[in-house]
Design a protein around this ligand. Sequence first.
Ligand SMILES: [Zn+2]
Ligand SMILES: [Zn+2]
Length: 248
Amino acid sequence: MPSRVRKFASTIKRLTDIALPNQCALCGNLSQELLCEGCDAQYWNEPRLRCATCALPLGASDMRRERDDTRAHCAACLESPPAFNDTLALADYRAPLDTLAVELKFRARLAAGETFARNLHALFEDSDLPVPDVIVPVPLSRARIVARGYNQAWAIARPLARSMGVPSDASIVARVRHTSAQSRLDQDARRRNVASAFSISGDVRGKHVGVVDDVMTSGATLDALARMLKLAGARRVTNFVALRTPKD
Ligand SMILES: [Zn+2]
Ligand SMILES: [Zn+2]
């Protein structure tokens, strides 16, 4: 084989190695799935007590209970409850699972969205939460959709809704204002930043809406979105987030 052809063949081989999901995204072991069996068993569903409202991890000392609610809550949610009712989160936003969120968001590895969805569905089945009437993704602004080509929250929301047997709709909520990157702002600035960032165009009156996002940081974005949904008549809002930042 001439060396030029050989070189071409090895380039093709390298490209298919990258394109085919034959390596675990976390440890690099051979795997037909996104995660190998070992990583799948090790990293999901860690036993972690979380606030039922905002999914913040709770220690034994900062656990509070309402008299009429057997679920645990953080002090902040009891003092000033956010507009959403419940949040399910798979795990904390930290290594190594943060890799999956980065792969999904910046490298279009949509299989990560399906993996998040599968595990969120299992978490939901273990909860006592009622089934939402509709599932919506946290929307991106038009500018960001154009730049990225897809919405990573939709890549989780669609397979999640399918497995729950619930309709999903990416057109109910739109992001009307392009907000600055949340990570550069403090908590108060984040609240102001996301206020009135969303508009609701579908009929959500009397509905229980499931809102899906890849990462929940301060919760200000989800709070603002839930506020808009409630103003539009939604009865209940449950967040489904893949990864939760433990603290700001
Ligand atoms: Zn692995
Ligand atoms: Zn909370």
